[in-house]
Design a protein around this ligand. Structure first.
Ligand SMILES: *Cc1c(COP(=O)(O)O)cnc(C)c1O
Length: 820
């Protein structure tokens, strides 16, 4: 086991404080996600947005006693005299040095996967195919970044026989660092996308960069049908051995035929003159490439053909992600029913811990595979994890868990099999709680998920919580250290689901939330949101609730102000209010002529305190209004100056919405108000590619028909069929928020990779699409908008803005939240 002093040496650091030579077991990078123990080490990372050093005191108070900090950290270490400190030039480099050193102590084969698409699925499939042959360790989920890779590699221990890690990069210079940590013996390059990303000058540069992962590998596995990759490899890495697959017979694995059959595809490959044919339950190009990728590795490892085809039979195209959705009896369900190992359990528990909607947290857990740990060790660790995440109740399923039940101190019940649990299940015993359902595949916990989830009709809006975090960080990158951020979660968080979005924002430590109506604020409070909340449209009737729920009203007129004062009890002290100034939007707010009178009231009543003063820009989205926007900001500052001088204390000033943050970061003042940008739409259209789409609206095909030439489809016989057509009826209509203006070819939806136009008029609960010549079956998924077509294209088609599309999605469409 590695001890503190060895760590200090490996990271070439200077010891700033030494108390005890503690073991180094848990590496912590994020102050919000800690495992408190004497064997934990916190690495203080400084980024544009956060400085880990700011949290050292808090972490020390929580029991952390080992820190790696920057040499520039100036706080006197004397107050931490019973803790260890190492000072380094660069904390991220220190993590990388440490994990590279750790890796170098293992002699087992290490496989590394990179590429633009498919890394995670290829990794998961390989691990399923090899699970019976090797004790293997793999990256949890899609942990493949500059920090994800160190976390993955750190899991290695003496029992493992094979390591399987993925590596992902977004710009030049990153791969060398990951290569040094993973040092793979066997490389796998998955598909490299055609677009070149932000961080690369060209596609060629991107390929070259990715290939750097394999400079010390014994072998690289890849698809020679990617001409450009092949050429670059032969030119730049002539000494790298390869083991290839593709449609050319010269490949080690020659793909002879891929045939679409009902319910999937039949694939025939040839290796060493032997044919192997097998069927897979999918027919999309990406899944087929992924399976061939995994398969080629197995051929390279000389796994016998019959074992390969047996393994493939058992594979399923799996959802890889953790989903948060509505459950029965006002529960929330976190569905992570596809895998179970200690690393992914830790991540799921942390995700559960982030959810503040309900304070009762329950875990339904299956046995874990004992790869590389004794059951004693394994279940003790599971027990520690559950304890550190404040879990209230455990339902353990499986023989091993039952055997080790005395390790768990929390209220728990145990069942030998999933069937045992299901047969004694009383759904009434779950209510008002968040339930994490986490099981190894063989336990088939999807059956439990189905019983405990709210029923979802075919149409869902899937919200990517990772993308929300990404977009938030994009806007944060414009802000100075100390500028506050209010996030607008009005209108059900722009249609995305308020409490879940607000919960995530609370986790990301934004400073304020903004809602339109009091009821929205009350709902957030009832869901456990404790951030300050500004209500933009408080009515006289709702002031009681504002006080009761600790909300903060926007005051925009003498009438609202008087109504509030009339109602406030005499002993109220400094209720926080937000003064809205109208500088040109001409919606709500005090005008310049009102300031004198406003000052009169504000200075004569100590029951209220001006928390912030703000205004709203009318044309921040368009540069043609720059001059007007700037004149609004000037007027705002002069009005705010007058108020501030008169009341005699400093207030928080804010003016910028999402577009304003991008266009006028020099006017960010004390706070900004982020809205649409968080939800993936860059309103100035200059940085759209920097944001990630957060929502995918999906439905399914209910029925498919062949319609003859001359017939019509739908109401008012608008869908005229000029030649024989295949038509699919899909389960979304204008009552779901699919606008009727999408009728008659204006709207297009994505089915198995093809864009299909709407035929005829959109009905209330469904509509019809032309799927002539498209591979489409009843029950198939239909994407209304998402990565493609985008919500922006969608809005454009009917002459509206993304705001309207998002907020029109009806409440009957279930929201599902997921995290990769
Ligand atoms: C909705 C709203 C915002 C956010 O606007 P976006 O354009 O969505 O960024 C900011 N301020 C006020 C007053 C708002 O009503």
């Amino acid at each position: 086991m590695l001890l503190f002093k060895e760590l200090a040496e490996v990271v070439k650091g200077k010891i700033g404080n030494f108390y005890h030579n503690y073991p180094v077991v848990h590496l912590l990078f994020d102050s919000r996600k800690i495992v408190s123990s004497l064997s934990s080490v916190f690495f203080a990372i400084k980024s544009d947005r956060r400085d880990g050093h700011d949290f050292i005191k808090e972490l020390y108070e929580k029991g952390i006693r080992q820190f790696v900090v920057l040499k520039t950290y100036t706080v006197s270490l004397e107050r931490y005299s019973d803790a260890n400190f190492v000072l380094v030039d660069d904390t991220i480099e220190a993590i990388q040095d440490l994990t590279a050193y750790y890796r170098s102590q293992f002699r087992i084969p290490i496989i590394a996967i990179t590429g633009s698409n498919g890394k995670t699925i290829v990794k998961e499939w390989i691990s399923q195919l090899l699970a019976d042959k090797y004790k293997l360790v793999k990256s949890p989920r899609s942990y493949n970044s500059q920090l994800g890779v160190p976390i993955s590699v750190w899991q290695l221990n003496e029992q493992h026989e094979l390591g399987l890690f993925e590596a992902g990069i977004s710009k030049r210079g990153e791969m060398e660092k990951l290569e040094r940590i993973i040092r793979p013996d066997i490389g796998i390059l998955t598909n490299v996308g055609t677009a070149h990303d932000e961080g690369f000058r060209s596609r060629e540069e991107k390929i070259l960069e990715k290939l750097k992962l394999f400079v010390h590998s014994k072998i690289l596995i890849y698809n020679t049908d990617q001409e450009e990759v092949k050429n670059i490899l032969e030119r730049e890495f002539p000494n790298l051995n390869t083991f290839t697959w593709g449609t050319n017979p010269k490949n080690h694995v020659f793909v002879k035929e891929v045939k679409e059959i009902s319910g999937g595809s039949r694939i025939t490959v040839q290796n060493k003159n032997h044919d192997l044919s097998f069927t897979v339950p999918f027919s999309d190009q990406a899944s087929i490439q992924n399976i061939l990728q995994a398969l080629t590795l197995l051929f390279y490892l000389e796994v016998p053909a019959d074992e390969i085809s047996n393994g493939i039979k058992k594979l399923q195209p799996l959802g890889m992600r953790m989903e948060l959705k509505g459950g029965i009896n006002s529960c929330h369900i976190i569905d992570d029913a596809y895998s179970n190992d200690i690393a992914s359990l830790a991540i799921a528990l942390q995700f559960l811990d982030q959810q503040k909607q309900k304070n009762k947290h329950t875990v339904i857990l299956s046995d874990l595979p004992e790869s590389g740990m004794s059951p004693e060790q394994l279940y003790s660790e599971v027990a520690t994890l559950l304890k550190s995440r404040n879990i209230g109740r455990l339902i353990g399923i499986g023989k091993s868990l039952a055997l080790h039940k005395d390790k768990f101190e929390l209220p728990s019940e145990f069942y030998k099999t999933t069937e045992d649990f299901l047969s004694s299940l009383n759904t009434e015993s779950f209510s008002q709680e968040i339930i994490l359902i986490k099981g190894a595949r063989s336990f088939r916990f999807e059956r439990i998920v189905a019983l405990l989830s709210e029923k979802v009709h075919g149409t869902v809006l899937e919200v990517n919580l990772d993308a929300l975090g990404h977009n938030l960080n994009y806007y944060r990158s414009f802000l100075n250290h100390g500028t506050k951020i209010m996030v607008m979660v009005k209108a059900f968080a722009y249609g995305s689901g308020s409490s879940e979005v607000a919960g995530l924002l609370q986790f990301h430590k934004v400073d304020y939330l903004g809602v339109a109506y009091t009821d929205e604020g009350v709902q957030l409070r009832n869901q456990g949101i404790s951030l300050p909340i500004m209500v933009m449209n408080p009515s006289r009737e709702s002031f009681e609730k504002i006080l009761q729920y600790n909300l903060e009203p926007e005051i925009y007129s003498f009438k609202t102000l008087q109504e509030l004062l009339d109602l406030l009890p005499q002993d109220t002290k400094r209720l926080r209010i937000h003064i809205k100034l109208d500088t040109g939007m001409h919606r709500l707010g005090y005008e310049e002529k009102d300031i004198e009178q406003l000052i009169g009231i504000l200075t004569s009543d100590s029951r209220i305190k001006v928390q912030t003063i703000f205004t709203h820009l009318a044309g921040a989205d368009d540069s043609c209004f720059n001059e007007f926007s700037l004149s609004q900001l000037t007027l705002f500052n002069s009005m705010a100056d007058r108020i501030e001088t008169a009341i005699g204390y400093k207030v928080i000033r804010h003016a910028l919405n999402s577009a304003g943050i991008v266009r006028f970061p020099e006017h960010q003042m004390d706070m900004v108000r982020l809205g649409i940008g968080l939800y993936g739409v860059e309103a100035t259209s200059t940085g759209q590619h920097k944001l990630m789409p957060i929502g995918t609206l999906k439905t399914t095909i209910s029925q498919i028909k062949e319609i003859k030439q001359g017939d019509t489809v739908g109401y008012s016989r608008k869908g005229i069929v000029e030649k024989n057509k295949k038509v699919a009826t899909i389960a979304i209509g204008y009552a779901d928020g699919f606008n009727r203006r999408f009728s008659n070819g204006v709207g297009k939806v994505l089915i198995n990779g093809s864009l299909c136009p709407i035929i005829g008029n959109v009905c209330m609960d469904m509509c019809m699409v032309d799927v002539t010549g498209v591979a489409a079956n009843e029950g198939d998924e239909v994407i209304i908008f998402g990565a493609h077509p985008t919500i922006i294209e969608h809005a454009k088609a009917i002459g509206t803005i993304p705001y309207e599309i998002l907020t029109s999605i009806s409440q009957r469409v279930k929201r599902i939240f997921f995290s990769e």
